[in-house]
Structure formats: C-alpha cells, structure tokens
Design a protein around this ligand. Structure first.
Ligand code: ZN
Length: 267
C-alpha cells in the first residue's frame, strides 16, 4: 500500500468551525450539564430521530463535492484507493467514537444497538454470535480493524507487494463495522454529540463514508437500511454545482486538525 491518504475536504473551511479558546467554557459547561443530568443517558427509546431535524441535518463542516472526493482518481490502482481510504476512515471514526466513549458504558448501552433498535451481535473466531454491550462490541470491532490494517499480508505497505485474494471482502467487513459505529452514535449518543457541537463533523464523516461505500459497492442495502432516512436527508443537502470545488488528494487534512483540537478539549 503505497498511497498515503488522509481526507482533505477543502482548504477554505471557515475558521468558525474550529474550536476557539473562547468556546472552551461553553463546551465544558455542556459536558458538565450532560454529566449532571445523567452520564450518557441512552436516548434510543425516543421515537423521534433528532438527527433528522432540519436544523441539524443541514450542518456540515464543509460542502465539498463528496462525489468527487470518493471517486477513484485517474491512474490510481483501485485496491490502493480502497486501502488508503479504509485506513483514513478508521482513523477518523475511531477518534470520533473515542470522544464519546465516556457516555457509552455497559450500563447506558447494554446492547450494541442502532436505529430502530437494531441489535448488532459480535461473531467470534468460532462463528458464534455474542450479544454484548455496545462498548464491548465496538472495542472488538476497533481491535479487529486495527489488527487487519497492521497485517502486512492484508494491507501491504511495501513496494511491489500485492493485495491478497479476498481483499475487497475484508474491506467490506471493515466498512460494515465502521458504519455500525456511526449508526450507534446517531441512535444512542446524538444528544451528547449535539452538546459537544460535533454534529457537523458527524454528518460530514457519515456522508463521506456512505458515498464512498456506494461508489465502490462496499455495503449492501440491508446494511445501511437502519439509517436510510438519514442518508436520504443528507443527500438532499448536497452542494449545488456552482459551489463545487476541485478536490486535491493530499497528505494534510484540515478536518483532522480541527477535529483533533475538538477531541483534545474533552480528554
Ligand atoms: Zn453507546
């Protein structure tokens, strides 16, 4: 895997999206408020889906053309493109879920659930399905992905190395786990996401991931069905053609920078 990639949505993201020092007291108060009203209260019993509300669904950190961002660039090997994006998505989604980890505990989330009370079961090495808490499920998931990404036989990094047979199947499995991670956040931790002001980041990351999976046929319709209403709603928020910008795939990612700043405030 020679292609190094991190996401660069645009270089002109308004600085109002970054976290300024003056916002720190507000963010800390939001965090304290969440703690006082009940640490990580699971909101998956709400019939309404707040993430579909217009005032939230239109929030993103950029309106970069995600279709252009996810397409295979001319001259780039498809396996390289999949591998590089898999690494980048894992990095960012792992970072995002870590920011909310204190709200996701065995008591607040006794099952790994998604929208519509979908319950995800972890399948162990012996093919047995385990019903486990959300933090345990996603800990399994992130460890599984981490092990896969660092396996030279699966994600080779040396020149001349080839990707194994079944590589796409493994990539599909990784994206399914990443999708479920975001599905759980939308379903069970959206209130905390709002309080921390991370909902524009979440929408941007989710839109990017779902479009990438659609472009490269990585998820089945039944995989994405629990959040199909959100996918449709976010699709309607696509940037108009005049606002589209040329995407450059570079090694620096501004989103990563501002998101890292956000997370650091809560650690
Ligand atoms: Zn949870």
């Amino acid at each position: 895997m020679l292609l190094s990639l991190t996401f660069q949505y645009t270089s002109f993201i308004p600085c109002t999206h970054s976290i300024k020092s003056s916002q720190v007291p507000i963010l800390l108060i939001s965090r304290l408020y969440l703690w006082l009203i009940g640490r990580g209260i699971n909101n998956n019993n709400q019939e309404e889906r707040p993430y579909l509300q217009q005032q939230y669904v239109c929030q993103r950190i950029t309106h970069t053309d995600m279709f252009a961002l996810t397409a295979l660039p001319p001259g780039v090997d498809k396996a390289e493109w999949l591998a590089s994006n898999t690494v980048a998505f894992f990095k960012h989604i792992n970072l995002f879920s870590s920011a909310l980890s204190e709200f996701c505990t065995p008591s607040t989330c006794p099952t790994a659930c998604g929208p519509g009370n979908t319950v995800y079961f972890w399948t162990d090495d012996h093919g047995r399905k385990l019903k486990c808490s959300a933090p345990l499920y996603f800990d399994y998931a992130m460890s599984y992905i981490q092990d896969l990404l660092t396996d030279e036989d699966v994600f080779p990094t040396k020149a001349g190395s080839v990707f194994p047979t079944g590589f796409v199947f493994l990539v599909q499995k990784v994206f399914l786990l990443l999708f479920r991670t975001l599905a759980h956040i939308y379903w069970s931790h959206y209130r905390e996401t709002l309080a921390m002001g991370l909902h524009p980041h979440l929408n941007t990351l989710f839109t990017h991931l779902t479009l990438f999976c659609r472009q490269h046929a990585l998820l089945e319709p039944e995989d994405t069905e629990p959040l199909q209403d959100l996918i449709a709603a976010l699709g309607q928020q696509a940037a108009p053609p005049a606002a589209r910008t040329r995407i450059q795939h570079a090694s620096h990612f501004y989103f990563h920078h501002i998101f890292t700043c956000t997370v650091n405030l809560f650690i």
